[in-house]
Design a protein around this ligand. Sequence first.
Ligand code: UD1
Ligand code: MG
Length: 458
Amino acid sequence: MPAPALHVIVLAAGQGTRLKSQRPKVLHEIGGRPLLDHVLGVARELGARCIHVVHGHGADAVRAWYDGGTPDKAVKWTLQSEQKGTAHAVMQALPDVPEAAQVLVLYGDVPLVRAATLEPLAQVKGLAVLTTVLAAPQGYGRILRDEDGAVTGIVEEHEATATERGIREVNTGIVAAPARLLKRWLARVKNDNSKKEYYLTDVVALAVKDGVVVTTRVAPSAEVMGVNDRAQLAQAERELQRRQAEELMRQGLTLRDPTRFDLRGLVRCGKDVTVDVGVVIEGEVHLGDEVYVGPYSVLRNVKLGAGTRVESHCVLDGAIVGKQCRIGPYARIRPDTHLADEVHVGNFVEVKKSRLGEGSKANHLAYLGDADVGRKVNIGAGTITCNYDGAHKHKTVIGDDVFVGSDTQLVAPVRIGAGATIGAGSTITKDAPPGALTVCRAKEQRSYPGWKRPQKRR
Ligand code: UD1
Ligand code: MG
């Protein structure tokens, strides 16, 4: 008999009061992605036929986020307009779940649970509950067992006696059961408790009453931590970062300090890549063999060729960088920049939407915007492309082997012919011919002997 189709129900209707935020809780991010996105990810990993997202608080914002991404036919949205408890939330989705399906309930604010932990749960025949053991179990539902260790029920903190509160095995909230049974039990759940809510946890006692086996699995507590406040959000972020860093190191990346590395996206690394402390990687980043990324640099959606070094305190965004380049310290590379092999971009140099040919250098204090720079070009310190006339952007085209002297303004649109030399301090407003020296500054240098500096008045 084939395994029943898996339907995951994600509870994500809660407000998250303790975050004190305008944003719905499940849209808060770890690793640069909303909490909910992590949960959808694990549901997909499990091969869920359908993922029902029960949403309520901030429903529009949650939907807007989702609609902005890649559509997924497996995701189905269920609105719970009033939050009457976890059982009530699950009930909103159940009409869309076929009798023969297996149901797994996940929480939108429990983002770190792994597919490997959930897999055995999703295959259990009766009712399965994921538990964990906590030194400080406050706030959680406690797992009740008889003398033989068999589960008899779950008691919520508010309803628990002093002895029950001493129990350290707690309900993670994650449960699995055949839809047929879940539907039967949920129809019988009442709200006669201190919160006047329908508790999903009540299905445990109902299963016991019906003689259905209740299985538990104990999860590592770090995997099932919930995010309810900013401190837990930060804790979840650290745990995620730790996992990612460990995985990258297993793949052969050198992290000078894995606790001072943040990945908010995807990184692909070649052999012997070294990432120094405090580096932040966002979006999709490719690092070629032997790449070095210096301390406190930020890389977002970039591709770095083999052997390239990014020194400390650089910000690279949306750029393709060739092999054996030298960037920084303190360089800023902005979107649509393409650096060929062996390019040097030094300190306090900003490059935007520009192409630099092989072996070209801009080593100090320069701005290159909308520029097309040939091979083996030297851009002197203080050189600026004046690419913006207040209304439009214009291009600067610089041929191969050009030498641009220091403190030059290249007023675009302008072209500098191959092999040209531009004298330092020039303001170039017209095209410069190839092979020649072009200078544009005060003709002669004058000196005034005996000239006195102004004195401060007494
Ligand atoms: C719940 C469990 C408790 C468990 C704890 C683990 C119940 C009755 N209690 O308690 O045993 O130890 O989680 O964190 O289930 N939600 C909705 N709609 C609702 C109510 C809740 O979508 O009407 C969602 C929330 O957004 C949240 C999740 O369900 O993601 C849990 O709800 P919450 O109110 O936090 O339950 P707890 O009191 O923490
Ligand atoms: Mg909670």
